[in-house]
Design a protein around this ligand. Structure first.
Ligand SMILES: O=P(O)(O)O[C@H]1O[C@H](CO)[C@@H](O)[C@H]1O
Ligand SMILES: O=c1cc[nH]c(=O)[nH]1
Length: 308
């Protein structure tokens, strides 16, 4: 077996390649455990080699509906209702393919999306994909915006309003930039003006590690602060240009950036956090809100495929 010289993290940044891990080349087989896929059991280039767009979001149902919607929008052959879950052997994530578009659920929170992204990025590598763009199409809490507003993320920031993601590796903190692709954000904003169907803005997005206390909610099982302290924090966030709050964008942006993948975050706001904490909007209205980032990304994809 070949002995590898130790490679420092900072030394190993291959510009053309998605994966940034020298150890992968020494593995005879790579099992993408949470997808129930593997390099020996599946012909990944045949299954996924044509992927150009990957859309991710928290819920399995949303990502299935999105795959069906994009199937119709791209006028692909076959019945959209027949699209099957490629990860059906596991219930960790759901994955659907519609032509060059892959639609995957990632669950809630940074650890969940992070595991999914490791396996997704390896999947794209094993499948020899090129020029892939990633989109997170999600929901969020807005700050000072009418519910239903779509926020295209300019800067992703953490709970301290810093544009960075911290990961503990071997007991040490590694800090990575959360810069997203500016061109994609601008193009998505242009798509929104072409659709002109719902309010859309570009702004900063804060990613937290909790939905309740972590987002300054007063309605969790625990609460360690007053109403005044909550509003002071949210107003400071607002002054820092933060328009919405969700729970995955830091690691999404950081991993895509290190792995040379162009990425954008598009989340609809479900409520205005300056006015409350509970999501009391009727279910059918919430469903319609959830579709807004999907319409925007579908328009973007159709333009890129020269279908409009
Ligand atoms: O709508 P999705 O993609 O699930 O994302 C948002 O909704 C969840 C909380 O309800 C968090 O995961 C947050 O990031
Ligand atoms: O307030 C909200 C709504 C959706 N998702 C979040 O993370 N926060």
């Amino acid at each position: 077996m070949a002995v590898m010289a130790p490679i420092l993290h900072s030394d190993y940044i291959e510009k053309e390649q998605y994966v940034q891990n020298p150890h992968l080349d020494n593995m005879e087989e790579d099992i993408l455990y949470h997808f129930n896929l593997g390099t020996k059991t599946h012909n990944l280039p045949a299954m996924f080699g044509d992927i150009k767009f990957v859309c991710v979001g928290g819920s399995a149902n949303r990502m299935r509906s999105f795959a069906q919607f994009i199937h119709q929008q791209l006028e692909l052959p076959g019945n959209a209702d027949d699209i099957r879950d490629i990860c059906e052997g596991t219930d960790r994530y759901s994955m659907y393919k519609a032509g060059p578009v892959l639609s995957i659920s990632h669950g809630m929170g940074v650890p969940s999306i992070s595991i999914m992204l490791h396996e997704l990025i390896k999947l794209l590598y094993h499948a020899h994909c090129r020029d892939v763009m990633l989109f997170r199409i999600g929901t969020s809490g807005g700050i000072g915006l009418p519910p239903g507003t779509v926020v295209i993320t300019d800067k992703v920031v953490d709970s301290f309003f810093r544009p960075q993601f911290e990961q503990v590796v071997l007991g040490k903190v590694i800090t990575r930039s959360t810069e997203l692709d500016k061109g994609m954000a601008e193009e998505l904003l242009q798509c929104s003006t072409e659709l002109s169907s719902f309010p859309t803005i570009i702004g900063n997005t804060m990613c937290t590690h909790d939905f309740y206390e972590g987002q300054g909610r007063l309605d969790g099982a625990l609460c360690s602060f007053s109403t005044e302290e909550k509003l002071e924090y949210l107003k400071k966030a607002h002054e820092a240009g933060i328009k919405n709050i969700e729970m995955e964008s830091t690691v999404f942006a950081a991993m895509c950036r290190v792995c040379n993948l162009k990425a954008a975050v598009i989340c609809v706001t479900l409520l205005n956090r300056l006015e409350g904490d509970q999501i009391s909007t009727p279910h059918d209205v919430l469903l319609e809100y959830q579709q807004r980032p999907q319409y925007l990304v579908a328009h973007f994809i159709k333009k890129h495929l020269a279908l409009i």
